[in-house]
Design a protein around this ligand. Structure first.
Ligand code: IPD
Ligand code: CA
Ligand code: CA
Length: 270
């Protein structure tokens, strides 16, 4: 691991510890698949256990900070300027199906700005982390977003809305535009890892809408500290508040953003 600041030591340590239980439970899910009985309950219990471990360790290290937890909701801290934004298991559908692509996502927000974050893929043992002004790292290597300049060379990730989620028609219009203009579109199933992969230069870009703050908060600082840009698909800057995200390098930001904004559904969205 590269040099870790005191704050990074806290975040990375909490993520690694919580991940141990998550990986054990993932092994169990692979067994449970055979019967399918009780798998959903088992996974929500694993999710909650992981969140409690993160909450416990982060409260111990920074007793005054508040929390925004996907499962537990808002926990007010004494210090109103600082809160952790946490998704204990991003990629639940993958986890549930025994697909080894999921992550723990932890961000620290101070005065409304994300100042540090980590996204950890415990199966691949890949720790993506960043702190404002200190750069972004994957394990012990500095990360840099991709340098590709031409849209037709790019691989772009996205998220597909599913049963019960809005925005299907808009998504289809977006994907139709992007698939005709790029070298490939990917949907791996963890928004936090999608952003981490942009930071690592694996994907040249990523867009998705309808996300929650815990899906994107840590990823935002990873991409920015890796030299990339994160905006709303519509062009604004409140990515964490709106859950609309477009992340890429400076060459692709405008062409990809223009492409998405020009693509509107031809029918009324369902
Ligand atoms: C989901 C994942 C997925 C994204 C969904 C999210 P969860 O989070 O990030 O990639 O497409 O919109 O809800 O439910 O696995 O924590
Ligand atoms: Ca999530
Ligand atoms: Ca989750």
């Amino acid at each position: 691991m590269a040099y870790l600041s005191p704050l990074q030591t806290v975040i990375v340590g909490a993520a690694r510890k919580a991940a141990r239980g998550l990986v054990r439970d993932f092994g169990e899910v692979e067994q449970l698949q055979v019967s399918l009985k009780g798998t959903n309950d088992f996974v929500s219990a694993a999710d909650i256990k992981c969140e409690r471990s993160l909450h416990r360790d982060l409260s111990k290290a920074r007793p005054d900070f508040g929390f925004l937890l996907e499962e537990g909701g808002t926990v007010e801290g004494k210090d109103k300027t600082a809160r952790w934004i946490i998704d204990p298991l991003d990629g639940t559908t993958n986890f549930l199906h025994g697909i080894p692509h999921f992550s723990i996502s932890i961000a620290l927000e101070r005065d409304g700005e994300i100042v540090a974050g980590a996204v950890y893929d415990p199966v691949a043992d890949e720790m993506f982390y960043a702190e404002k002004g200190l750069g972004a790292y994957l394990n012990d290597r500095r990360m840099r977003v991709s340098a590709r300049r031409r849209l037709d060379d790019t691989v772009i990730a996205t998220g597909v809305p599913y049963l019960g989620r809005p925005g299907h028609a808009r998504f289809l219009a977006h994907v139709q535009a992007v698939m005709g203009a790029t070298a490939g579109v990917r949907r791996m199933g963890s928004a936090a890892l999608d952003l981490a992969y942009v930071a690592a230069g694996r994907y040249d870009g990523y867009w998705e809408t309808g996300l929650a703050p815990w899906d994107v908060a840590a990823g935002v600082i990873l991409v920015r500290e890796a030299g990339g840009y994160v905006t709303e698909v519509e062009g604004g800057n409140d990515v964490v508040g709106t859950g609309s995200v477009l992340a890429t390098n400076d060459h692709i930001l405008k062409p990809l953003g223009d492409l998405l904004r020009a693509a509107e559904p031809s029918e009324t969205p369902p």
